[in-house]
Design a protein around this ligand. Structure first.
Ligand code: HEC
Length: 136
């Protein structure tokens, strides 16, 4: 009897704990979706003209071709390091710290850090599709 009531108490405590934990988790997921939506909007406004709507780049300029920003290529180039990707956007520096070629602008002053972070969150959702078996 004693054991059973303890178990009931434990279950009650567990479900109370789960209720407490599920609220912040749902909030965090909503925040991610909002951040990605914001990044998508900013990307369309500022980046798609050069990097194309799907992020695969390949637009030719006088001295450079716009980079492919789709995953996993960009993550690999920048060593899975969002701080380096942010620097590429805000400072126009490549993974080694060298200036990216024009016309890639330095976005610092035009995009805030949270705006650039939102764009990076969005870029992580752009996945390269290979061949004709591409899924949407
Ligand atoms: C005027 C055209 C132009 C615009 C606008 C532009 N880019 Fe670029 N971007 C380029 C070019 C060209 C390169 C390639 C530079 C190089 O090869 O050194 C590049 C490179 C990059 C790279 C480096 C990728 C790599 O593989 O090293 C990132 C990241 C990037 N752009 C992100 C962005 C984001 C995010 C935006 C919007 C906020 C943006 N760019 C807007 C032209 C542009």
């Amino acid at each position: 009897m004693k054991f059973k009531s303890l178990t009931t108490a434990a279950m009650f405590a567990l479900s109370a704990t789960m209720t407490l934990w599920s609220a912040p988790a749902a909030f965090a997921a909503g925040t991610d979706a909002q951040q990605i939506a914001l990044g998508h909007k900013l990307y369309n406004a500022h980046c798609a003209s050069c990097h194309r709507a799907d992020g695969h780049g390949g637009v030719h300029f006088a001295h450079a071709v716009s980079a492919d920003l789709q995953a996993p290529g960009l993550e690999h180039t920048y060593h899975e390091n969002d701080a380096l990707i942010l620097r590429a956007i805000l400072q126009a520096r490549d993974e080694d710290g060298d200036r990216l070629d024009a016309p890639m602008p330095k976005w610092e002053g035009r995009l805030s850090q949270p705006q650039a972070e939102a764009i990076v969150a969005y870029l992580h959702t752009l996945h390269a599709h290979h061949g004709h078996a591409a899924k949407r």
